[in-house]
Write a protein that binds this ligand. Structure first.
Ligand SMILES: [Zn+2]
Length: 346
């Protein structure tokens, strides 16, 4: 018989699914606050995987991705243990904010400290109760407010285990990136726990395609880790690796009329949009600095000179990328058949 999983001073028996509430600092009103952790402790041995969302409190696509994963009937037959944390930054989530009440960015506060700032304490709780108990982590994000990201995985591909699993997640595109100081995935790597980041969609919005790609990706990783059975005859279309990426910035302050959307392929010199100002009404043409795919963009037309507007990723695997883009445009091809029939969010 497998041992129980101990977390937050409680014990979850094998074959059980429980919600453990980790206590956090309370509000000024003395209202208690806790971070719910869904613990799926399988009957059979296997790896421990954590999935986290809303570390930036306003990035909510991942909250829905986790809800869908937990609602799947097959999750009851999981091998190993799943720690799913739909809302890590409870405080920012409640105030529709990326940040914590102390104005810190939780994803720059890892690994944290027991006796540190509010952000450091929250980071410490997450590190000690979740990250350090896991073999792998998937951290779910969206672009920051007023920005949008094309579904992508970011991971340190020099890590052998991550390199395989990041490709299997099968987002259209995959970016190698070393994590910044204070980020969860940096602190986790220091504890030898590889973590990949899924980035898709906008803050404070649900995006059905981003959610479905995310759900399918998490399931692909769980199957690759043998936590769930692999479906027969199903070949995964692996992610396209981007060699580099760079931002096209606003050449002047003004009002942007974008002419490309996320996922569009552009050639060097192609028009991306026009910037005008209400005083002179002259147009400044914005062009692609290199050929590639639009993987991020601003959604707010009011721009400042120097502001990052379009994120273009470069790749040589153009035909594979086109296959991915074709899949994204067919909703039924994006639906994991394991999911209970649910109406799409529109
Ligand atoms: Zn984020």
């Amino acid at each position: 018989m497998r041992a129980s999983f101990d977390i937050g001073g409680q014990s979850v028996k094998p074959g059980h699914i429980e919600v453990i509430n980790l206590p956090l600092p309370s509000l000024h009103s003395d209202t208690t606050v806790s971070m719910p952790v869904h613990v799926v402790h399988g009957r059979k041995d296997g790896p421990v995987l954590f999935i986290s969302a809303a570390i930036h409190g306003d990035e909510i696509n991942g909250v829905e991705i986790i809800r869908r994963i937990l609602s799947m009937p097959s999750i009851k037959r999981l091998k190993g243990t799943l720690l799913a944390v739909p809302v890590v930054n409870i405080f920012g989530f409640n105030s529709h904010s990326r940040y914590l009440p102390d104005r810190r960015d939780l994803n720059r506060s890892f690994p944290g400290r027991e006796e540190g700032s509010m952000a450091a304490r929250l980071a410490h709780i997450f590190m000690s109760e979740i990250v350090c108990r896991a073999d792998l982590g998937i951290d779910l994000h969206t672009a920051a407010i007023h920005r949008d990201n094309f579904p992508q995985i970011r991971a340190d591909l020099k890590d052998e285990k991550l390199s395989v699993l990041a490709r299997v997640f099968a987002t259209p595109v995959l970016l190698h990136s070393a994590p910044p100081e204070g980020a969860l995935r940096r602190a986790a790597a220091d504890e030898s726990v590889p973590v990949m980041v899924y980035e898709a969609g906008e803050a404070l919005r649900f995006d059905e395609v981003s959610i479905r790609v995310g759900v399918t990706g998490v399931l692909n990783v769980m199957r690759e880790m043998s936590m769930l059975p692999k479906p027969k005859n199903k070949k995964i279309k692996k992610a396209v690796l981007l060699r580099t990426s760079s931002w096209v910035r606003a050449s002047m302050s003004g009002i942007l009329r974008a002419t490309v959307k996320l996922g569009d392929m552009v050639e060097e010199g192609d028009a991306l949009g026009y910037i005008s100002d209400p005083a002179s009404n002259t147009d400044e043409l914005l062009t692609a600095s290199h050929s590639g795919i639009i993987i991020g963009r601003t959604n707010i037309p009011l721009v400042f000179e120097g502001e990052a507007l379009f994120h273009i990723g470069r790749t040589r695997q153009t035909s594979l990328l086109e296959e991915h883009l074709d899949t994204l445009s067919h909703e039924e091809m994006l639906t994991p058949p394991e999911l209970i029939e649910e109406p799409a969010i529109v």
